[in-house]
Design a protein around this ligand. Structure first.
Ligand code: CAA
Length: 402
């Protein structure tokens, strides 16, 4: 039975910072960010956005193409920007999407990797229950701190993946290569809302994990690199994905003699990443969407290789085959509009957002642009949200990116 991604939708924060402005403010040559890291903008979440609001926006979009949402019997919420130590943020999502109570909901954590664990759990679930569907929400806000070397790689976003039998987007293949090793390249201790990171070490660890997962994929009977048409990589910043492709090509050339066919790594696979920044768990799947929604050629039947990396670290290499007509269930126009319509912040406005508490005291009104769900704040240790389909009139921030 073919099982995989039937629908894929994304959402991001409703504000953005142009990294050229950040570079000037930090007395850095802007080309370090735009060329050296390969990032143009970062999405910024306002104090009224969090992983739940972005997850609900992506989920509502995905549900537009689900004919019977009552068949969703498993919701997996993947994040490393969790809003509670006990309650799964997936339960808020399940509530605001109005899903069937006859459903399992759980949150998964392993840095940027957990959405990939969710995908493999979901495909196994659907193989056992072919009439059911699973919904994966991967949602994150990447924070490193003001004036740190990680700052220009911040970002935020969410993806919603509906997993079913006979999927309309990507048939997920069962052979995978995995790798786990205890390292301290990136972590976020309890009580801290910015990550601790050994940045340059983390980039080396990422490349090492790519080599190890590829070797494991081969040991498990995975195809040669010549059987893969296109690549998508976890994209903390787009230059990292380019380095991954260079490493992958080097490995392939060292084991295969002669001018064998190599997969393509298209600029379209990192177009969204260049504009959103790191979206942690969502980032690999945003790269897949970016490839599908920004490549004019029909890729149906093509095999895509996907490399997922979560610091700490766990990584996985796997493949999928694109379904015929996948274009019919994409949301390319809505995604392009969401990115283009983010309100552009000055550096001081971004810093003001950054320094506000991520758990503000609850207010009765919507003060900023958000998606259909607004996070009002915390009262008596409980998070309060308001569903509002359009809040632009009541916003205090009105400048839009042209
Ligand atoms: N013009 C053009 N390029 C320039 C330049 C200029 N004026 N100045 C510098 N550069 C280039 C550098 O040569 C370098 O390119 P190469 O790596 O190809 O040599 C690039 O810009 C970055 O410069 P630095 O290495 O000096 O940058 P840095 O040390 O200040 O910061 C970083 C880089 C360590 C990655 C930092 O951004 C960081 O810590 N980021 C967060 C961690 C991260 O994203 N790690 C990725 C792997 S871990 C992972 O994937 C999990 C996850 O999501 C976090």
């Amino acid at each position: 039975m073919n099982v995989g991604i039937d629908i894929a939708a994304m959402a991001t924060g409703h504000y953005a910072l142009d990294l050229r402005f950040l570079a000037v403010a930090r007395s850095v040559d802007p080309r370090k960010y735009t060329t050296g890291l390969g990032q143009d903008f970062m999405s910024v979440a306002s104090p009224q956005e969090d992983v739940v609001t972005m997850g609900v926006e992506a989920g509502l979009r995905a549900l537009e193409h689900v004919s019977d949402p009552t068949t969703i019997r498993l919701v997996l919420f993947a994040t490393e920007s969790s809003v509670d130590q006990s309650k799964s943020a997936g339960i808020y999502i399940h509530h605001f999407l109005g899903l069937n109570p006859s459903c399992r909901v759980v949150e998964l954590k392993q840095a940027c990797y957990s959405a990939t664990a969710a995908l493999h759990i979901a495909t196994a679930f659907v193989r056992q229950n072919p009439a059911a569907q699973a919904l994966i929400i991967a949602s994150d806000i990447a924070r490193y701190g003001l004036n740190t070397s990680g700052e220009p790689t911040q970002g935020c976003g969410a993806v919603a993946l509906v997993v079913s039998a006979n999927p309309r987007v990507l048939v997920v293949e069962t052979t995978t290569g995995v790798y786990t090793r205890h390292i301290m390249d990136f972590w976020r201790p309890n009580g801290q809302d910015a990550a601790c990171v050994n940045g340059r070490y983390s980039a080396l660890a990422y490349l090492e994990a790519l080599s190890k997962t590829w070797a494991d994929f081969q040991c498990n009977g995975g195809g040669s690199v010549g059987q893969i048409d296109f690549m998508c990589y976890h994209t903390p910043f787009t230059k990292m994905a380019e380095k991954a492709f260079a490493r992958h090509t080097e490995i392939a050339r060292s084991i295969q003699r002669g001018g064998q066919y190599l997969p393509a790594f298209l600029p379209s696979a990192v177009l969204y990443g260049r504009r959103l920044g790191n979206c942690y768990t969502a980032s690999l799947y945003i790269s897949l969407l970016s490839l599908l929604e920004n490549t004019a050629q029909d890729l149906a039947g093509a095999r895509v290789g996907l490399f997922s990396y979560g610091s700490g670290c766990v990584a996985e290499f796997f493949t999928g085959v694109l379904a015929p007509g996948y274009q019919n269930v994409l949301f390319a126009e809505a995604h392009t509009a969401a990115i283009a319509q983010r309100a552009l912040l000055t550096v001081s406005e971004y810093e003001a957002f950054y320094t506000q508490s991520r758990d503000p005291v609850c207010v009765p009104e919507v003060r900023y642009y958000t998606g259909p769900l607004c996070f009002l704040g915390v009262k008596d240790h409980q998070r309060h949200y308001r569903l509002t389909l359009c809040n632009t009139e009541s916003c205090t921030q009105v400048r839009l990116v042209s």
